[in-house]
Ligand binder design. Structure first.
Ligand SMILES: [Zn+2]
Length: 264
């Protein structure tokens, strides 16, 4: 198993969840919100607000100078887009919350948490089933691990979805996704649940986490989880899995999971 290589340091949690435009000249044309990552917020805070040089900001965030420049330019582009097009700006996500509690799969490149007490079961990727053991010999010598409720095989898995069909794409935002595609890994039936909290201004992550707990979901697959969501889901022993791939369909994710169940 390996840890995600690059995590970014942020000194502050953003003071607000976002910004909303008002007095739009054509309210009909209000577009989708712009999502500003925490690291973009931080780059802007360091460079424009605290007036550090880009070199200093890069050192403070623990990234290279070219990376900092890329993050900073992206922040400026997003903020400009929000201002000019009159879009809401939501501050969330990004790689900053890939801290020491996250693991990475070298095969499918997903990131995931492991919220269970029994770390002995941490031997394969929960998404693609790839072995996380570095040394194949070591794996062979390990005693057989009994399958428990903590393992991949018997659980409800929720996938954040942009639509309510298998051809829909993964929705990158957990609390603000359009639908939750809830897969029962025993019956292989899939149930699309509309996210009632999608358009709320606040607490979407909290409410969505609560909803998932009520549906007895054990794993959630998304593109990003808000900073406040992780402790809630960890406490509820719900595993978080992040897929960074830009456009992946629900059916392809379901196939990955079911293949993993059939070929443990
Ligand atoms: Zn994997």
């Amino acid at each position: 198993m390996s840890r995600p290589k690059k995590t970014r340091n942020i000194a502050f949690i953003p003071t607000v969840l976002g910004f909303k435009p008002y007095g739009h000249s054509d309210p009909e044309k209000k577009g989708e919100p712009v999502f500003l990552f925490n690291e973009e917020y931080e780059a802007m805070r360091l460079c424009d607000y605290e007036k550090h040089t880009q070199q200093q900001a890069a050192e403070l965030m623990g990234v290279s100078r070219p990376t900092l420049t890329r993050i900073y330019m992206s922040a400026r582009e997003k903020i400009a887009q929000g201002f000019i097009e009159g879009r809401q700006i939501i501050v969330e996500g990004g790689k900053v919350h890939l801290d020491k509690d996250w693991y990475a799969c070298n095969s499918c490149e997903s990131h995931f948490t492991y919220p269970y007490k029994n770390k002995a079961l941490l031997h394969k990727c929960p998404l693609c089933g790839h072995s996380l053991s570095k040394n194949p010999k070591e794996k062979r010598n390990k005693p057989e691990v009994p399958v428990t409720a903590e393992d991949t095989t018997s659980a409800k898995v929720s996938i954040t979805s942009m639509g309510n069909t298998l051809d829909s794409y993964l929705d990158k935002h957990f609390g603000r996704c359009s639908y939750f595609a809830i897969l029962d890994t025993e019956t292989l039936k899939i149930n699309f649940v509309k996210n009632p909290y999608k358009n709320l201004d606040e607490r979407t992550g909290f409410l969505a986490a609560e909803l998932m707990e009520n549906y007895q979901v054990k794993k959630i697959i998304s593109g990003d989880f808000g900073l406040k969501v992780k402790p809630l889901l960890t406490k509820a022993e719900i595993q978080m899995i992040i897929i960074k791939e830009k456009a992946i369909k629900i059916k392809d994710i379901v196939q990955l999971i079911t293949h993993n169940i059939i070929n443990p």
